[in-house]
Design a protein around this ligand. Structure first.
Ligand code: DQA
Length: 147
């Protein structure tokens, strides 16, 4: 199957950005590892990161047109602010795994609300980069159950 890994603002700074909160691994390293795992599991992983809300929205529109099957999405700070991105996920009709490196519920109150959690199949938070791997394995399990 074709799976889109989407990452929101400031995640291009992983590795140097608040490493105590987000870990030392870069996004490039995470994407490389996940692509290899997707390959092993017989899937195709497309990766896209942007700091711009409209680019993420456009990537979601394109994913729907491209025949993507699943979405793994860390909307970063847009988690807490973007109704437009939520609407784009709904418009894409892609089932979504929500991923956060940190556990937003254990942080500042303004991070406690997510505009995505109620439309996500599952939410994985607080496991660092391993959360993306968990999400990919969970997508694989769902796809194999459905087959
Ligand atoms: C984040 C959590 C968000 O609150 C924050 O704005 C981020 C990253 C995470 O992965 O832990 O940028 O989504």
């Amino acid at each position: 199957a074709r799976i889109l890994l989407l990452n929101g603002p400031n995640l291009d700074r992983l590795g140097q950005r608040e490493p105590d909160v987000y870990g030392l691994e870069t996004l490039a390293a995470i994407e490389t590892g996940l692509k290899a795992l997707a390959d092993e599991l017989g899937h195709e992983l497309l990766c896209f990161q942007s700091n711009a809300e409209h680019e993420l929205i456009e990537r979601l529109h394109a994913a729907a047109d491209e025949g993507c099957d699943w979405l793994i999405f860390n909307p970063a700070a847009f988690t807490h602010t973007s109704i437009a991105l939520r609407d784009a996920v709904l418009a894409s009709r892609l089932p979504m795994m929500e991923v956060h490196l940190s556990n937003p519920m254990a942080r500042e109150p303004f991070r406690h609300h997510s505009h995505f959690s109620d439309i996500a199949v599952a939410c994985i938070s607080g496991l660092g980069a391993f959360g993306y791997e968990c999400a990919l394995r969970a997508v694989d399990q769902r796809l194999k159950q459905a087959a």
